[in-house]
Design a protein around this ligand. Structure first.
Ligand SMILES: Cc1cc2nc3c(=O)[nH]c(=O)nc-3n(C[C@H](O)[C@H](O)[C@H](O)COP(=O)(O)OP(=O)(O)OC[C@H]3O[C@@H](n4cnc5c(N)ncnc54)[C@H](O)[C@@H]3O)c2cc1C
Length: 476
């Protein structure tokens, strides 16, 4: 049997691509090396607790019925029901820098008012920037790469405002160090501020269950614990099949891969990978994340925001630190501060800071276990030192250490183990392939290295790449 398409990876993008193709009667299989779906946005159980791997917030939130926006367009393409996503909006979120705080909600006017309050001289320039972002035509994303830091400096005068706008966009999806690619900045600004943040009730399982159920219903084949060891090319260097880790060979007319640019080219064979890749293609950004289960609500300790993007320096570094972690900036997320019909059973705080993948990989098992605890505790202490002050706009926040009844920590090693991304990199290659092109006939990229990140971005990418395949006729 020959598949029309084999999709590598049952993350958000692979599942969405699979649904689009299968519902048009294409013979399609998703092959996933892990035993659970979701990729970077999966879920797990540990010691009686149920955790999400990556979920802080779903970006791109728009209300039901909003036309032509990434969330509603994607849901429509996948023939799912908006209500089944069970989205609860964030009460508010914030960006915290020394002496400055910007609060925002899903009503964009609040952010404009906050900019007017904190940076009164910047209001007109900020409004002009927002207009420019709103008028961007996404389908014609430029193939060249521009620096958002440089582009913002042409449009705004206050360096602190530039930092405050860059930080959330970096942490929510930049593969570039100390910067965001300009198109990507505009996409992320839209998805966080102009559209908005929400959380699916029940966590990421809610969305993943919908995708898996739909894929199977429309006849897709989901092969779990089926890692791809090699993508096979024919004598014309065109994709003709995949070889699984257990040696099984599957024939196919095309492959869509969500494994990443570098990873996918390496699956095609070392010589190809060498020819195609430059050092600039290899990303390095990765994170340490701690999830603390509390004996009280985060709000009772002063954490009322759903998401706090913070930096204790007026210019933040966004690059792998020399040490294991960099606690000076990051984000803190409280799932309890999103609207929900039923209150969550657990009270949680999730903290994310930058990490150094190779440094984590070099630890012995004993060092690794000790450092996980130490780094998570140090990150919390550094944040509390920055925020536990009457002078901080938004009020003081207290340590949650003595209120923590359970804590799980994951590191770049965990990310590498569960997704196969070398060094545990999260946002893939800094040079995105904006048409999904891999340079190999019959191999398209979807998801992270197509340049669409986050839950909605990854699902949208899967739809876009699948739609392109649907336009090309099936040849027998
Ligand atoms: C800590 C963290 C927090 C995040 N927070 C958020 C958030 O709050 N909101 C949000 O919207 N996004 C968030 N993200 C980002 C989001 O998770 C990703 O952008 C998105 O899930 C990427 O989906 P994807 O399908 O492109 O790739 P992936 O999720 O990486 O999926 C790729 C899949 O391919 C599989 N695979 C790889 N190689 C092979 C192989 N050889 N054979 C078979 N299978 C293979 C992997 O196992 C994986 O399942 C977060 C990510 C992380 C790590």
């Amino acid at each position: 049997m020959i598949y029309d398409t084999i999709i590598i990876g049952a993350g958000m993008s692979g599942l969405a691509a699979g649904i689009r193709l299968a519902q048009q009667d294409r013979k399609v299989a998703i092959v996933e090396k892990h035993y659970v779906w979701g990729g970077l946005n999966s879920f797990y159980g540990k010691d009686g607790y149920r955790f999400d791997v990556g979920l802080h917030a779903l970006t791109n939130f728009v209300p039901k019925g909003t036309r032509g926006m990434p969330l509603t367009r994607t849901i429509k393409q996948l023939r799912l029901r908006y209500d089944d996503f069970a989205l609860g909006e964030h009460g508010h979120s914030e960006i915290l820098f020394p002496g400055a705080r910007l609060e925002f909600t899903n009503n964009f006017e609040l952010l404009t008012e906050e900019v007017a309050r904190v940076f009164p001289g910047e209001l007109d320039r900020f409004r002009a920037l927002v207009r420019e972002i709103e008028e961007t035509v996404w389908d014609t994303r430029a193939p060249e790469f521009f620096s958002a830091r440089e582009e913002l400096a042409k449009r705004l005068r206050e360096p602190l405002l530039i930092e405050m706008l860059l930080l959330p966009t970096c942490y929510y999806g930049s593969a570039m160090e100390d910067d965001v690619e300009w198109d990507q900045f505009k996409v992320l600004f839209s998805s966080i501020f102009l559209e908005g943040l929400a959380r699916p009730e029940g966590g990421v399982r809610t969305i993943l269950n919908l995708l898996v159920k739909r894929f199977r219903k429309v006849g897709g084949e989901l092969r779990m614990k089926n890692g791809v060891e090699r993508i096979q090319l024919d004598s014309d260097s065109r994709v003709c099949g995949v070889v699984l880790e257990d040696g099984t060979e599957l024939e196919t007319r095309a492959v869509i891969s969500s494994a990443g640019l570098v990873e996918s080219l390496e699956l095609c064979g070392a010589p190809t990978a060498k020819q195609e890749l430059e050092p600039a293609d290899r990303g390095r950004l990765t994170f340490l994340e701690s999830i603390s289960v509390l004996d009280c609500t985060p709000a009772s300790l002063g954490y009322t925001a759903a998401t706090s993007f913070f930096s204790s320096q007026s210019r933040f570094d966004y690059r792998p630190p020399a040490e294991l972690c960099d606690y000076r900036s990051g984000l803190l997320s409280s799932p309890n501060n999103f609207a929900a019909k039923k209150p969550m059973t657990d009270q949680l705080l999730r903290m994310t800071v930058l990490a150094n993948g190779p440094a984590w990989e070099s630890l012995s098992p004993e060092e690794y276990a000790a450092e996980k605890k130490l780094q998570a505790a140090s990150a919390e202490a550094a944040l509390v030192e920055f925020t536990d002050s009457e002078a901080l706009p938004g009020g003081p926040r207290q340590s949650w250490d003595s209120h923590t009844v359970y804590r799980d920590v994951f590191t770049p090693n965990t990310i590498r183990r569960f997704t196969g991304h070398p060094g545990g990199i999260v946002y893939g290659s800094p040079r995105k392939r904006k048409q999904g092109e891999s340079g190999i006939d019959g191999l398209a990229l979807c998801g992270t290295d197509h340049g669409y990140l986050g839950i909605v971005g990854a699902m949208a990418s899967g739809c876009i790449i699948a739609n392109e395949q649907l336009l090309s006729p099936v040849t027998s």
